[in-house]
Design a protein around this ligand. Structure first.
Ligand SMILES: Cc1cc2nc3c(=O)[nH]c(=O)nc-3n(C[C@H](O)[C@H](O)[C@H](O)COP(=O)(O)OP(=O)(O)OC[C@H]3O[C@@H](n4cnc5c(N)ncnc54)[C@H](O)[C@@H]3O)c2cc1C
Length: 427
């Protein structure tokens, strides 16, 4: 099967459940229309809210999200490179409102799972028949010695798109030619496994244009990473020796950061001095998931593969990065896919219908330079509650792809971004 047909098959399988569902009245026993409250207006949450309304227009759907405008992490590396404007990666909520979703701009503070109540920071309380949490990640401050919230103002993580991304870009612009950009990369699991390596390429693109004598040093807490062979090949082809990657076996694991001095110390005591220091710390599920009691000792929320319902608290579904979804990576594509599947399952369950068999897909594109893209794809399914990958479906795009192939992958990546943004937030 060609790569394109393969991808269309993935998307088809991911949506087949949604297409087949007919919707009788979704009525809560004796008490009006059922209500689903969704926390988080990012990839997972906004998708679930939109699809719940589409599948079951009788349902009351409330989306709780503090930001008026959501800036996506996907393509924020391209912003750092100077290849995308900041505004082009921001999306509002007007079209979700037009689709019948009640959007409340507030932060969810606490969850009373027994009473099915959610408390917001303004003091308002919402009750639900189902609660969907898609709060993304929070940083584990101080898990890496010296890296706390104050340190992030000096050595940004830029792992949530917003002020941190803008700060990192300003630091890159202020850096002298011949400077060193050091990135500290955590062990698995973390948001967007290929993200740091795409970022390295995008920073290199910017340096090549504006500060060609500069270096990029990647200090990594692991030995292998997503699409490693493709990244190493692409970095070399486009940027020569500008990017140096040190895995654990070459003393790449950072143990301490001094953000004020922009210094990083590694396990075996090497001290690296940065001109720009980008620290991506270890992460965990967004705090509200912990408050709801759906996280375990790992810091992530285990879920049932069939519908992303928490294995710990019935009636609460956890999507996207906050969930522990077995082999599915923490990506926007995956969160969007899980949002659709959870919406299908919730709509079916609330109307007493059989939940269709779940099938999930993921594709992650990364850009190494203009006209040079790479990707990884996979299909996943639920088996006895657990998510597993369908044998033979998880793989990277061919190493031997020629220039035309790489250019096509770059175009697919851009098309993916346009399509998924439109699907979730509208324009
Ligand atoms: C640099 C970078 C590049 C990336 N590139 C890609 C890519 O190319 N492709 C891809 O598929 N993925 C990519 N990702 C990963 C992608 O961003 C995440 O996997 C995706 O955002 C996860 O969706 P989510 O719904 O779990 O969280 P998010 O999309 O982060 O949404 C979470 C939302 O919840 C809100 N929230 C949190 N707590 C509360 C609360 N208490 N009350 C109310 N709202 C709350 C937040 O404000 C936020 O809007 C990238 C990530 C990074 C960091």
């Amino acid at each position: 099967m060609s790569m394109n047909r393969y991808r269309r098959a993935l998307l088809g399988s991911a949506l087949s459940g949604a297409a087949g569902l007919s919707m009788p009245a979704l009525v809560r026993a004796g008490n009006g229309a059922a209500r689903v409250v969704v926390v988080g207006g990012g990839f997972g949450g906004a998708t679930a809210a939109r699809y719940l309304r589409r599948l079951a227009p009788q349902l009351q759907v409330t989306l709780v999200e503090p930001a008026q405008r959501f800036y996506t992490c996907p393509f924020s590396n391209l912003y750092l490179a100077g290849l995308r404007s900041w505004e082009s990666i921001g999306h509002g909520y007007d079209e979700l409102r037009a689709a019948g979703v009640e959007v409340v701009h507030a932060r969810a503070e606490d969850v009373d799972a027994g009473a099915r109540r959610l408390r917001l920071d303004g003091g308002q309380t919402l009750t639900w028949d189902r609660l969907v949490l898609s709060p993304g990640v929070d940083m584990r401050w101080n898990a890496l010695e010296g890296y706390d919230q104050a340190a992030a103002e000096l050595a940004p993580h830029a792992w949530k798109a917003g002020a941190q991304t803008l700060l990192l870009r300003r630091q890159m612009q202020a850096m002298k030619d011949g400077g060193t950009f050091v990135m500290v990369i955590p062990d698995n699991p973390f948001r967007c496994p290929p993200g740091p390596y795409e970022r390295a390429a995008m920073v290199a693109h910017y340096f090549k244009q504006h500060k060609p004598r500069s270096k990029i040093l990647l200090l990594d807490a692991k030995e292998n990473f997503s699409k490693k062979a493709l990244f190493l090949q692409g970095w070399k082809a486009l940027y020569g020796d500008m990017i140096e990657w040190l895995g654990v076996s070459r003393d790449g694991q950072a143990v301490r950061v001094d953000a004020r001095r922009r210094e990083v110390e590694t396990v075996f005591g090497a001290l690296h001095q940065a001109d720009v220091l980008n620290v991506i710390p270890p992460q965990k599920a967004g705090l509200i998931a912990e408050r709801a009691g759906v996280t375990d000792a790992s810091g992530w929320a285990p879920v049932k593969g069939e519908n992303f319902e928490s294995t710990q608290v019935p009636g609460i579904h956890v999507l996207g990065d906050a969930s522990f979804a077995g082999p599915m990576p923490k990506s926007g594509f995956a969160a969007n896919n899980q949002g659709k599947m959870a919406a299908v399952a919730i709509a079916a369950e609330l109307s007493g219908q059989t939940v269709p068999a779940a099938s999930y897909a993921n594709t992650c594109y990364s850009l190494i330079g203009p006209g040079y893209g790479i990707s990884v794809a996979g299909i996943y399914k639920a088996e006895q509650g657990r998510l597993i990958d369908v044998p033979g479906t998880v793989g990277i795009s061919p190493m031997e792809g020629d220039a035309a192939f790489r250019a096509a992958e770059a175009r697919y990546g851009a098309a993916w971004y346009a399509a998924i943004s439109e699907e979730i937030w509208g324009r």
